[in-house]
Design a protein around this ligand. Sequence first.
Ligand code: ZN
Ligand code: ZN
Length: 371
Amino acid sequence: VTHEPPVSHLYRRQQLSESLPDGIDALLVCAAENIRYLTGFTGSNGSLLIGRAGDATLATDGRYSIQAAEQAPDVECIEARAVGPALVARAVAGGQVSVGFEPDAVTLALHDRLSAAAEGGKLVRTEQLVERLRAVKDAAEIDALRVACQITDVAFEQVVLKAQVGVSERDLAFALTTAMRQLGAEADAFDPIVAFGPHSAIPHHPPSDRALATGDFVKTDFGARYAGYHADLTRTVVVGTPAGWQRDLHAAVRAVQAGGRAAATAGASPSNLDRDAHTGIEAAGFRMAHGLGHGVGLQIHEDPFLTPASPAGPLAAGMVLTIEPGGYIEGSGGVRIEDTLVIRDGEPELLTNSPRELIEIWVILAASRPY
Ligand code: ZN
Ligand code: ZN
């Protein structure tokens, strides 16, 4: 897969400059995903200073100087060992005396060093300034997410639907990772969750040596990362003919997932969507031990969160998020169905499109055998 989405880091930095709260002369950006979003720089050590006038300075160490110049050619780069303090000292010396910082990305130890560097000026807490911009994706971001989701869908078809009885959860997880890399993924979006039989009742079960057996649910939650962007897909299939309780559980989750997708439109309230999903699962007699979904982008979990106490405002067109209700019966099994989708004014645009019905993989395996 080759894909070069056009990205305007300059436009994003302008948006940020214009959204700086009164009383802040410059913002020190320390979160790696935020630096990538604003400049394109992907090194592991960097800090970025954005001024009110749109001025931008990226600090990194000698290991990343060449990379920074290539990835962020339109940003002034300086070399420093302690990147954050160097930028803060520079800002204060240059008259930007009030420097905002991101509390989520700054440890107490770093805060001490930043405070020392800010002598003569002051540090000011900010809240989610870059994250708020990141919540609504531009066309280049949606392109990258679309590719990540396509890779994930194909891996599901190639690996999960062809799983053999006897394979272990670990084997299947490794096969998913391998398939996605061969299809063009740069990495897993997160460690794949593969759960057979009773393990499927554990929402985030880590793959074990358990071997796949007839009658098992197979719950897989995984995704590809492409150009920094994450896909997130969960499907639950069954080996052989499902038992009555498996059909009922799957049908209940599938109906709630379809309802959640239909209701996920611009203007919808994240906490109401979550509440309605829990109500639906509980009305069917099952339990859902997690929120309905989350934003996806440069991070696998990001704003907006679809949870009871979500601080997120109404959904907006261009947000990308998951809808992932589940029902779990401890000791027996569980079902989750999860899609990644783009919020639009009407129906959301689905980025993951693997089949949502209860697929019986033993039937497919038997039918495809040449003997
Ligand atoms: Zn997931
Ligand atoms: Zn998810």
